[in-house]
Design a binder for this molecule. Structure first.
Ligand code: ADP
Ligand code: ADP
Ligand code: MG
Length: 453
C-alpha cells in the first residue's frame, strides 16, 4: 500500500480524497495556489505545497510544479480528482515517466477514451450503439455540412476534447449550421486548446444514464449500477440520483455494454460510461476516465468507498467483488450546491461565508470544503458542496432532501439552495416525469421565490 499520496486538486474533491486516505492510514500532501492557502484541503492534509498563482494555468494545471512537489515530498502516487489534470494524458504519462503512480487509468486509455470522437469509433467497434453521427471527427466545415445533411436535423456539434457541458452547439437546419459550427469550434479552441469537432444527431428528450465502473489490473471489470443525471442546466448536471427509473432488463443490457467497453480498451481503475436513453433505446455518448462529481450517490447505495477502491486498484490489488456481490440498497440523491445567483442568470457569487449550518442525520452527507469565514475565490468552479441523502426508497430520499435543503443555512453569498429546494418540490420531478429538458422547461417556476438579500 502507498505510504503517501499527493492530491492534485482543490476544493470539495481534494477534501474527499484526503479523508479516505486518513481512513486508510495513508499520509497526504495537498497542493494549493496563492489564494487557497486557507483552504480546508490544505489544513486537513499532513503536508502542503504551494504550486503557483491563483490562475489554474499557473497552479492546478502546472504539471512541472506538481510533479516536483510530489518528488520533493516523496509521494508515491498522485490522485488527480476531477477537472484540472484528471483527464490529461500528458500528465498521466509524465507521472509514469518519473515513476509516480497516477491513480487512474494508463495514459493510453485516456488518449483513447478521453477523446470523445475517438471513443465513439472504439465503442462502435465493440458493437455498443452510439448516437448516429459522424464516424470519428469531421475534417472541415464542408465535410460537416454534408454529414449533417445525411444525418438530418436537429444536429449537435460537439468538441472531441469537450467537457463540463462546453464546446457544444445545436443546429436546427443547414442555415443555422454554419454559424453554430464556427461558434462551437472557437469555443472549443479557447476552452480546450483543441478545435477537433464531431457531429451527433440531437436526441429529443432523452434521459442521461451513466454506469460506474471499477476495473483492476487483471482484467476484472464490474459496474456499480447506474445514476440518472438528467437534471441539467446547459448540459451541466445539477441533481443526480441512483438508481435510475429504467427497467431491470435495460439496466442489465446497459451494464453489460459498459463493462464490455472497458474490457475492449483494457481499462483500469474507476471510470464512467455515459449513455442517453430514449424509450427502450440507449446510446453511448462518452466515457469519463476519472472519479466523477456524483460518485457519492453510488457509494450510498452500494456501501463502497470508490476513492478507496481507486487507491487499492492503483497499488495492484485485485477487485474484492464480482458482479454478483454488488447489491443496490435504497435510493440516493445528490444536489450540487453552487455559489451563484439563479435570479441573475446563475452568475457566480464569490465572497465570504458568514454563517453556516449543515444538517446531519441518518443518511445525510455534505461533501464540501466551506466553513464559517471562508472566502470563496472567484478563480475556480462555483460548486461549493454536494448535499447527498440516502433513503429506503425514492420517496423517502426526496423528503430527506427537502428537509435537508430547508434546514441548511449558508449566508454571505448567493447560492442555488432555494432553486434546488423548489426542484425537489416539483410534482413532475417527484413522479419521475423528467428528462434532460426538465430544468429549461421549468425554469420560471424554479425561480419563483423571494430574494431576501
Ligand atoms: P461529471 O464529473 O459528472 O462529468 P462535471 O463534468 O461537471 O461532472 O465535472 C467535472 C467538472 O468539474 C470539470 O469540467 C470542472 O468544470 C469542474 N471542476 C474541476 N475541478 C473542480 C473542483 N476542484 N471542484 C469543483 N468542480 C471542479
Ligand atoms: P460533456 O463532456 O460536456 O459532459 P456530454 O457528451 O457528456 O458532454 O454531454 C453532456 C450533456 O449534453 C448530456 O448529458 C445531454 O444532456 C446533452 N447531450 C449530449 N449529446 C447529446 C445528443 N446527441 N442529443 C441530445 N442531448 C445531448
Ligand atoms: Mg458528460
Amino acid at each position: 500500500m502507498f505510504q503517501k499520496i499527493l492530491i492534485a486538486n482543490r476544493g470539495e474533491i481534494a477534501v474527499r480524497i484526503i479523508r479516505t486516505c486518513k481512513y486508510m492510514g495513508i499520509e497526504t500532501v495537498a497542493i494549493y495556489s496563492d489564494v487557497d492557502k486557507d483552504s480546508l484541503h490544505v489544513q486537513l492534509a499532513d503536508e502542503a505545497v504551494c504550486v503557483g498563482g491563483a490562475k489554474s494555468s499557473e497552479s492546478y494545471l502546472n504539471m512541472e510544479n506538481i510533479i516536483q512537489a510530489a518528488i520533493s515530498k516523496h509521494a508515491e502516487a498522485i490522485h488527480p480528482g476531477f477537472g484540472f489534470l484528471s483527464e490529461n494524458p500528458e500528465f498521466a504519462e509524465l507521472c509514469e515517466q518519473v515513476g509516480i503512480n497516477f491513480i487512474g487509468p494508463k495514459s493510453n486509455s485516456i488518449k483513447q477514451m478521453g477523446n470523445k470522437s475517438k471513443a465513439r469509433e472504439i465503442v462502435e467497434k465493440a458493437k455498443v450503439p452510439v448516437v448516429p453521427g459522424s464516424v470519428g471527427h469531421v475534417k472541415d466545415l464542408e465535410e460537416a455540412m454534408s454529414i449533417a445533411t445525411d444525418i438530418g436535423f436537429p444536429i449537435l456539434i460537439k468538441a472531441s476534447a469537450g467537457g463540463g457541458g462546453r464546446g457544444m452547439r445545436i443546429a436546427y437546419d443547414l442555415d443555422d449550421f454554419v454559424s453554430a459550427f464556427q461558434t462551437a469550434r472557437t469555443e472549443a479552441k479557447n476552452a480546450f486548446g483543441d478545435d477537433t469537432m464531431y457531429l451527433e444527431k440531437f436526441i429529443l428528450h432523452p434521459k442521461h444514464i451513466e454506469f460506474q465502473i471499477l476495473a483492476d489490473k487483471f482484467g476484472n471489470v464490474i459496474h456499480l449500477g447506474e445514476r440518472d443525471c438528467s437534471i441539467q442546466r446547459r448540459n451541466q448536471k445539477v441533481v443526480e440520483e441512483a438508481p435510475s427509473l429504467i427497467s431491470d432488463d435495460l439496466r442489465q443490457k446497459m451494464g453489460e455494454a459498459a463493462v464490455n467497453i472497458c474490457k475492449t480498451v483494457n481499462y483500469e481503475n474507476a471510470g464512467t460510461i455515459e449513455f442517453l436513453v430514449s424509450g427502450d433505446e440507449f446510446y453511448f455518448i462518452e466515457m469519463n476516465t476519472r472519479i466523477q462529481v456524483e460518485h457519492p450517490i453510488t457509494e450510498m447505495i452500494t456501501g463502497l468507498d470508490i476513492i478507496k477502491e481507486q487507491i487499492k486498484i492503483a497499488t495492484g490489488e485485485k477487485l474484492e467483488y464480482s458482479q454478483e456481490d454488488i447489491t443496490l440498497r435504497g435510493h440516493s440523491i445528490e444536489c450540487r450546491l453552487n455559489a451563484e445567483n439563479p435570479k441573475q442568470g446563475f452568475r457566480p457569487s464569490p465572497g465570504t461565508i458568514n454563517l453556516l449550518h449543515v444538517p446531519s442525520g441518518n443518511g445525510i452527507r455534505f461533501d464540501s470544503f466551506i466553513y464559517k469565514d471562508y472566502q470563496i475565490q472567484p478563480f475556480y468552479d462555483s460548486m461549493i458542496g454536494k448535499v447527498i441523502v440516502h433513503g429506503v426508497d425514492r420517496t423517502e430520499a426526496i423528503k430527506k432532501m427537502r428537509a435537508t435543503l430547508e434546514e441548511l443555512v449558508v449566508e454571505g453569498i448567493n447560492t442555488n439552495q432555494t432553486f434546488l429546494y423548489l426542484l425537489m418540490n416539483d410534482r413532475d420531478y417527484s413522479k419521475g416525469n423528467f428528462d434532460t429538458s426538465f430544468v429549461e422547461k421549468k425554469l420560471d417556476s424554479l425561480l419563483e421565490y423571494e430574494d431576501y438579500d
